[in-house]
Design a protein. Structure first.
Length: 108
C-alpha cells in the first residue's frame, strides 16, 4: 500500500503542480515557488519531492517533445491525480478547521 501522508514541502510542490496544471515541470515549479515563498529553493529538492509524490500516486508524469533550445532534451511534465487532489482537499479542511478554532484575541 502506498503511503498517503504529505510533508510540508511536498504539499507546496503538489499545490504548485495543481496550480500550473498541464505546464508543471521542474524549473516552472521552482520559479513559481521561489516567487511565492520569497526565498531560494533547491532544484534537487523539487525533483526529490516530485519523485516522492509520483511514488505515492499524487502526480503522474509525461515527457514533452524534444526541443533544440534544451539541447535535444525533453521536459518532464507533471499533473495532479485524483488522489493528489483529495489529499490537498483533506489538508485544506484540516488546516482550516484548526485555524477556525483560534479564539478571537486582540493583541493591541
Amino acid at each position: 500500500m502506498k503511503e498517503r501522508s504529505l510533508g510540508e514541502f511536498e504539499e507546496l510542490v503538489l499545490l504548485m503542480v495543481a496550480a500550473l496544471h498541464d505546464e508543471a515541470y521542474g524549473v516552472a515549479i521552482l520559479e513559481n515557488l521561489e516567487e511565492k515563498l520569497g526565498r531560494k529553493v533547491n532544484v534537487s529538492a523539487i525533483h526529490v519531492a516530485l519523485k516522492r509524490l509520483e511514488n505515492k500516486g499524487f502526480v503522474h508524469s509525461r515527457f514533452g517533445g524534444i526541443t533544440s533550445d534544451r539541447g535535444g532534451r525533453r521536459k518532464k511534465f507533471y499533473v495532479i491525480t485524483s488522489a493528489g487532489k483529495k489529499i490537498l482537499d483533506d489538508q485544506y479542511a484540516l488546516r482550516t478547521g484548526i485555524y477556525q478554532q483560534i479564539p478571537k484575541i486582540s493583541f493591541n
